[in-house]
Design a protein around this ligand. Structure first.
Ligand code: SF4
Length: 76
């Protein structure tokens, strides 16, 4: 498992990560920003969304992180 986090304070809701990895990223209707989807999410609040992703999704999530225009996705 690899930890991923989304900084909702810098996310501009462009939708790139939702399009690239819809299994992991989605719109949070409460904040209008990105959140990590169930079952991967481990912590979600107004400022950050964190989760653990399985190895088979790591490459896709890293690609999304590299494609995020604001650098809001961090993969550890
Ligand atoms: Fe937000 Fe980055 Fe995803 Fe765009 S790609 S919705 S800025 S986290």
């Amino acid at each position: 498992m690899v930890k991923v986090s989304v900084n909702k304070e810098t996310c501009i809701a462009c939708g790139v990560c939702w399009a690239l990895v819809p299994d992991v990223f989605e719109l949070d209707p409460n904040t209008g920003k990105t959140r990590i989807r169930t079952p991967y999410v481990t912590n979600d609040n107004d400022k950050v969304s964190e989760g653990n992703i399985p190895s088979e999704l790591v490459d896709a999530v890293k690609n999304a992180a590299n494609s995020c225009p604001t650098g809001s996705i961090i993969v550890e």
